[in-house]
Design a binder for this molecule. Structure first.
Ligand code: NOJ
Length: 566
């Protein structure tokens, strides 16, 4: 196989990485669930978009209690998504198109259907089988109270009691997420060795890296002490509850959950050093990207020290409201924090766990991360104003130096789907909170490809595991492709310019002389001006390279971003 990658050395420092959520990207066999063959068939569209790599959320064997983040076999493909041969074909096709492939690694917990957990249930307390997970005796005279007061990220207690072999209530096991996701005990060398095997399995199949799920949670404090989190911590890992609504205070580093005995423990770092050594044995820059909800950014930088991971998701940026002050601050903090350890900053606005930014940036009420939006939610924007901000925010992000992450469908301007019927919802958050939190289904609805086709081209039938809104016909990729004013064209143009002008490798210099509500900087030969205020602003001289909204002569309207030639 001849590869035609754009960059061969340290490609990850500047890469545009596109997240594929396999359930919802493209369905080749018409069962309503996306699959690997569907991904392979649509890679041409991603090549055309101009991204450097794809990251796939889990496609491994799984009961799908948490959409595949509950893995039963780390080294196989779930029949829902295809086979290992389909995976190999997908990687080969991606590589032939110059697209690298990153897969998701879920090391904090397995599925309860994993053979190790089934063996642990069948074995006695104190056995080596139980020692791979966090089994503990309960509190109280008869052990009927959970071992500590920790709560699951998805709501409800973080412990579940098992029945012992003789049918009597017995020990408890820890699950920071759903009860079907028991946490591994990462102090156990057997667990460490197993994950080295899993890393090698996928590296040997040619993957270019791993996005590491819950990379801040694998080590728990000794003794598993009680902990009461600050009110309304972020749901994926206990950081800022900021939702980016206009009416909210800029809040990029609210009460950190750093003191939580299950997040950000120092012991995680030796695991990543070990993995880095392993990855470095392979040619061609294979990477590790941390999903670590850690505050503040200067602390997150510990995940990307030179001998640890390559990248960490910048959730502080994602959680920043559409507010010029807050944006300047988070950009400065990010560049400084990552540069201090020699790592690139990353930037991200959407993923499969948060309200899509075409909706989120105009929501006017707090919406803690992971809680989602539904018909009862307050402060919902109308679509046009959300999309306008999203386009402006994206145009700003794509001009920043470093690496950017895009989430499938944002290039179509897809909004969060708010009115999903209750009986269609599948996020464990919805069930574990008895419908109090909507959860994340609204950002996971299958993509529209062709406006006139069944399931809008998602698959060859009408089937779609979450219903697609009728309004999505107009947002389908084929409807946007030839329209220079479409969101798809904006993404493609911005990615092409970003690449041509090497903005990912550039240096940011703030431009003085603009009103407070304007974010203005120079990156190489590009001046970037984003108007997060309510009034239009006069533009300086310079040819217009890109604009998120039509300009009014030489003025930049509210909620829009322009790139000018410097
Ligand atoms: C973070 C993933 O992004 C999310 O989707 C998942 O539910 C949790 N980790 C648990 O694996």
């Amino acid at each position: 196989m001849t590869y035609s990658f754009r960059m061969t050395s340290e490609w990850w420092r500047t890469a545009a990485i596109y997240q594929i959520y396999p359930r919802s990207f493209a369905d080749a066999n018409g069962d309503g669930m996306g699959d690997l063959a569907g991904i392979t068939s649509r890679l041409g569209a991603l090549q055309e978009l101009g991204i450097d790599a794809i990251w796939l959320s889990p496609f491994y064997t799984s009961p799908q209690r948490d959409a595949g983040y509950d893995v039963a076999d780390y080294c196989d493909v779930d029949p829902l998504f295809g086979t290992l041969a389909d995976f190999d074909a997908m990687v080969a096709e991606a590589h032939a198109r110059g697209i690298r492939v990153i897969v998701d690694l879920v090391p904090n917990h397995s599925s309860d259907a994993h053979e190790w957990f089934q063996a642990a249930l069948a074995a006695a307390p104190g056995s080596t089988e139980r020692a791979r997970y966090l089994f503990r005796d309960g509190r109280g005279a008869d052990g009927s109270e959970a071992p500590n007061n920790w709560e699951s990220v998805f709501g409800g207690p973080a412990w579940t009691r098992v029945l012992e072999a003789d049918g009597t209530p017995g020990q408890w096991y820890l699950h920071l997420f759903d009860s079907s996701q028991p946490d591994f005990d990462w102090t156990n060398e057997e667990v460490r060795e197993e994950f080295r095997r899993i890393l090698r399995f996928w590296l040997d199949r040619g993957v270019d890296g791993f996005r590491v799920d819950v990379a801040h949670g694998m080590i728990k404090a000794d003794g598993l002490p009680d902990f009461t989190p600050p009110a309304e911590g972020g749901s994926m890992g206990g950081v800022s509850p900021a939702a980016s609504g206009v009416a909210l205070e800029p809040e990029i580093s609210a009460e950190p959950a750093d003191s939580a005995p299950y997040w950000g423990q120092d012991g995680v770092h030796e695991i990543y050093r070990d993995w880095r050594t392993l990855l470095d044995e392979y040619p061609d820059d294979r990477i590790l990207a941390a999903e670590a909800w850690v505050d503040p950014l200067s602390r997150l930088a510990n995940w990307v020290r030179p001998d640890e991971m390559h990248q960490a998701f910048n959730f502080a940026y994602l959680e920043t409201p559409w507010n010029a002050d807050a944006l300047r601050r988070v950009i400065d903090d990010s560049l400084a924090a990552f540069a201090a350890v020699g790592a690139p900053s990353t930037w991200v606005l959407s993923n499969h766990d948060v309200v899509r930014h075409a909706t989120r940036l105009s929501v006017t009420e707090a919406n803690p991360q992971g809680h989602g939006l539904g018909p009862r939610s307050k402060g919902l924007p109308e679509y046009a104003s959300g999309l306008r901000r999203a386009r402006a925010a994206t145009a700003l992000m794509l001009a920043l130096p470093g690496s950017v992450y895009l989430y499938q469908g944002e290039e179509l301007g897809l909004p969060e789907v708010i009115d999903l019927p209750d009986d269609a919802r599948q996020d464990p958050t919805w069930f574990r909170t008895a419908g109090e939190r909507y959860g994340r289904d609204g950002c996971r609805v299958p993509l529209p490809w062709e406006s006139a086709a069944s399931s809008y081209g998602f698959g060859p039938t009408d089937a779609s595991w979450l219903p697609q809104p009728a309004q999505w016909a107009a947002l389908a990729r084929d409807a946007q492709r030839g329209d220079p004013a479409s969101t798809l064209s904006l993404y493609r143009d911005a990615l092409a310019l970003r690449r041509a002008r090497d903005l990912g490798a550039g240096t940011l210099e703030w431009l003085p002389g603009f009103p407070e509500s304007i974010v203005a900087f120079r990156n190489g030969g590009v001046l970037v001006i984003a108007n997060a205020g309510a009034s239009p602003v006069e533009l300086p001289a310079g040819d217009v390279l890109l604009t998120s909204e039509p300009l009014d002569g030489r003025t930049l309207p509210a909620d829009s971003t322009v790139w000018l030639a410097a």
